[in-house]
Design a protein around this ligand. Structure first.
Ligand SMILES: O=P(O)(O)OC[C@@H](O)[C@@H](O)c1c[nH]c2ccccc12
Length: 398
């Protein structure tokens, strides 16, 4: 079970950019014939420098070349689907494009080994850059460990624990928003937050300081995190349930997170169209994982409130496109009818990012959150656990 079911045909009209003249492309290597066929069928007009198919003497293709062809055709399809996702997403007000609009980015090494000289293939902001990079990264990871190979690891993974239960229990125990404490070494907006970074030591300190759950960054390139960190914290015996903080663009990543011991995963509404969120939350349920669905504006909140089965919503006070932090975002998104629907549906809301002081915590609590997700202000402290006491203005571990 892999990927989403999208329409099988990719109407040509959706991809005007694909119909550019060959002069727009400078082909640096040969393109497999099947990719060419698949692409031509969909109206792509470029001419390969050399396009040849491995053939036996009697003219029939060899088995391995047929298999290679099938694989290449599948890749061609995947890229087209990726482009279609851009269209679907845009219709839902999502500004982030899942993939470069005219084809693979320059550094991509795949079936279309040609370069497209086109400035439209430059990401418009950091979130878009991260997502494009993630798409390539996941494609490569998936090739090495297809879903069928993850099955064993899934069976042997430590059991998923109740993330929401832990938040509710902490909220009831302290009367304050439950804390999801983030194990985060760096971020694109802040650079390195902590040089002497020992994820297990930080996790233990957070647990001692009264955190209900932990968030472990797994993105390597932009946040200097890793799946090894997630696995290490889980196998060190830390009791707090763990959120795998990753940019999920493919359902495969959810299975992978589970094999590494995650209890929850993040789904970002600024990146994922409704269909993805629906499908991915179902996969989470099937695996016993909690989905934390992150929104950062009214439109995203309304989209997510329209999806059945959402139990946990995070409101990010940091705009991931501009990095601007504004705590009043949490208040704004919980006012009026939206707040009503959230209460009726019994959805737990998490206030995310830019929280530094007891006043900040009181402000988002007043706005209606039952939990907060905090990284920078506590991870920077010599003793991150004591940092929690500073953040709440009291010891919340007792
Ligand atoms: O370090 P801060 O400002 O306390 O923020 C933590 C967390 O909210 C932030 O890291 C975050 C929120 N959503 C994300 C999505 C991806 C990566 C990171 C994030």
């Amino acid at each position: 079970m892999e990927g989403l079911v999208y329409p099988k045909t990719t109407p040509r009209i959706l991809f005007p950019t694909l119909n550019r003249r060959p002069s727009k492309f400078s082909i640096v290597r040969s393109v497999p014939a099947s990719a060419m066929d698949a692409h031509r069928r969909n109206g792509v007009g470029f001419t390969p420098v050399r396009a040849q198919k491995a053939e036996t003497k009697d003219g029939s293709a060899t088995i391995s070349s047929v298999m290679e062809d099938a694989e290449t055709a599948l890749k061609a399809k995947e890229w087209e689907v990726g482009m279609l996702i851009n269209e679907v997403a845009a219709s839902q007000g999502i500004k982030i494009r899942r993939r470069p609009p005219t084809g693979p980015p320059l550094h991509y090494v795949g079936p279309f080994q040609f370069r497209i000289q086109n400035e439209g293939n430059t990401p418009r902001n950091i979130l878009e850059e991260i997502v494009w990079h993630k798409d390539v990264e996941v494609t490569q990871l998936k090739q090495r460990r297809p879903l069928s190979m993850l099955k064993n690891a899934l069976d042997n993974a430590p059991p998923a624990r109740d993330f929401i239960g832990a938040l509710m229990a902490a909220n009831q125990r302290t009367g304050l928003p439950a804390l999801i404490a983030e194990v985060k070494k760096a971020s694109p907006s802040r650079g390195i937050l902590r040089e002497d970074f020992d994820p297990v030591e930080i996790a233990r300190s957070y647990e001692k300081g009264g955190a209900a759950c932990l968030s472990i960054l797994t993105d390597e390139k932009y946040f200097k995190g890793s799946f090894e960190n997630l696995e290490a914290v889980r196998s060190a015996g830390v009791k707090c349930p763990l959120l795998c903080k990753e940019f999920i663009v493919d359902a495969w990543q959810i299975y992978y997170a589970r094999t590494k011991g995650a209890d929850a995963v993040l789904l970002i509404a600024a990146v994922l169209p409704d269909l993805d969120i629906r499908y991915m939350t179902k996969i989470c349920k099937m695996l016993g994982l909690t989905a934390l669905v992150e929104v950062h504006d009214e439109r995203e909140m309304d989209r997510v409130l329209g999806i059945e089965g959402i139990e946990l919503i995070g409101i990010n006070n940091r705009n991931l496109e501009t990095f601007e932090v504004d705590n009043s975002n949490t208040k704004k998104l919980l006012e009026g009818e939206r707040g009503e629907i959230i209460r009726q549906k019994n959805i737990i809301v998490v206030g995310e990012s830019g929280l530094f002081t007891p006043d900040d915590i009181a402000y988002v609590q007043e706005a209606g959150v039952k939990a907060v997700l905090v990284g920078e202000s506590i991870v920077k402290q010599d003793d991150p656990g004591k940092g929690i006491t500073g953040l709440f203005g009291k010891d919340i571990s007792v």
